[in-house]
Design a binder for this molecule. Structure first.
Ligand code: SAH
Length: 439
């Protein structure tokens, strides 16, 4: 077998995808090449997620699958990386998963890299979060803060990712400059609580300062950021989004539930009225803004009446997207304890009923909202050509498809909307748009 081949397998959020991309890029920098399948690799890394039980089950299934490789070729190194690995659970895993050689905490790219068995070269520059630059990707995700200082009752992430750490502005700016110099057009800044960026840095810069600081990077066309928490969505940030032309008017602001009592149990720190006020303020300050949210259904203690208030809230606020998750009990969390009380736990069938009811409601709302776009032009950054169609995203992050001759990859174009669906828009090419920063 050829040596120095890696296999990286990733489950979970954009942060994990970004960490894995950076690791792959670093591995290539020290002389590794990607293997098509785990069987062909001598370095296997599984980047795991633990936000819900099914993500963990997927990873355990994969490990069980590849233990055969370890039996046949004991030299193969297997690393379990990511959110399944917390500071306090490694000894349990060591017993449960003897085929795994090393356990590494989330986002610690350098630690995984240091475990690669036969590096040929040393990295002369920090690795960028893109593995393959043959064709520059249009969008690149850049983590700006790691960890989470919140203590939401349901969530295991702070227990696995630890306290918040912000990357210095200069380091991020330099990375964005290098990424854009290689041809990327859109940068999405990532953090568990992205809008709390900077409070741990000297001089306490915030997300608004960072957006301003990197805005004029040559080659950069669009800037986005994920995921925000209502507690940190400041007026200063909203004015920065409104003022800076490259910052897209699109905000992901999880509410999690539409009932005050349940929000208190979840320890979210706001009421429905306060959240609604914030949404109104965002819509006032940022013209044509799109808003998406996350909602958990079936949280311990959620009654049918509470859930109905969530439906009412979704009906009122008319989000552009709602990420809906059925509650999944996580070890070590407050809600995990509550779930053990049969009087508080919501049964599986009821959770599914609530999930489907909410999905149906949101599908109707977004169908109506998207229909309002018929006959209008939207500005699209083109990301891909698939199955005879160009595919991209408009300023509000809606998927848009169009057919056209020529090469539109990485271009910003105006599309006249002729067809709308809940999850995408279709239309005709009007021509190239005059986007700030586009060449
Ligand atoms: N930091 C973000 C979200 C991070 S996790 C925040 O402010 O909430 C992404 C989403 O997963 C969350 O918004 C939540 O809706 C969902 N989630 C987290 N823990 C969960 C659990 N135990 N069960 C089901 N969904 C969960």
């Amino acid at each position: 077998m050829q040596r120095n081949r890696y296999f990286v397998w990733t489950v979970g959020c954009q942060m994990n995808v970004s960490d894995s991309e950076r690791l792959e890029s670093a591995l290539q920098g020290v002389g590794y090449t990607p293997a098509e399948q785990a069987e062909d690799a001598d370095f296997i890394v599984l980047n795991s997620c633990s936000v819900r039980a099914n993500a963990e089950e997927k990873i355990i299934g994969k490990i069980t699958d590849i233990q055969r490789i370890k039996r046949e070729r004991p030299d193969t190194k297997i690393v379990l990386w990511g959110c399944m690995v917390g500071p306090n659970n490694q000894s349990i895993f060591k017993k449960k998963l003897p085929m795994v050689d090393h356990f590494v905490s989330p986002s610690a790219v350098d630690e995984v890299l240091a475990l690669a068995p036969n590096p040929i070269y040393q990295l002369d520059e920090p690795a960028l979060p893109v593995a393959d630059w043959e064709v520059p990707p249009v969008n690149v995700h850049v983590p700006i803060n790691y960890g989470c200082n919140m203590s939401c009752a349901y969530c295991v992430i702070p227990l696995r990712r630890g306290k918040e750490r912000s990357r210095p502005m200069a380091e991020i700016a330099d990375e964005v400059r290098r990424i854009c110099a290689r041809g990327a057009k859109e940068i999405t800044l990532l953090g568990q609580i992205v809008d709390s960026y900077g409070h741990d840095l000297p001089g306490r810069p915030d997300l608004a300062d960072l957006l301003e600081h990197i805005h004029d990077t040559p080659g950069l066309v669009r800037l986005r950021f994920l995921t925000s928490h209502p507690a940190f969505m400041s007026e200063k940030l909203l004015h920065a989004i409104a003022r800076l032309p490259k910052v897209m008017p699109d905000i992901n602001l999880p509410i999690q539930a539409g009932d005050d009592q349940l929000l208190k149990v979840m320890k979210r720190g706001y009421t429905v009225a306060k959240y609604t006020k914030l949404i109104e303020r965002i819509r006032e300050i940022v013209p044509n803004v799109s808003l998406s949210t996350d909602i958990i259904v079936g949280h311990p203690g959620e009654t049918r009446e509470m859930f109905e208030r969530t439906l009412e809230m979704v009906e009122n606020l008319r989000f552009d997207k709602v990420h809906i998750a059925a509650y999944s009990s996580r070890p070590g969390t407050k809600a995990g304890e509550m779930e053990l009380d049969p009087a508080l736990a919501v049964e599986h069938g009821e959770k599914q009923y609530r999930r489907i009811a909410l999905e149906r409601l949101q599908e109707r709302i977004i169908t109506e909202r998207n229909e309002e776009l018929l006959g209008h032009d939207v500005e699209v950054l083109v990301e891909e050509f698939t199955k005879g169609k160009w595919r991209g995203r408009d300023r509000n992050n809606k998927l848009v498809f169009f057919e056209a001759e020529g090469n539109w990859y990485g271009k910003v174009v105006n599309i006249h909307v002729t067809e709308t669906r809940p999850w995408w828009l279709g239309g005709d090419l009007v021509g190239e748009a005059l986007a700030v920063g586009a060449v």
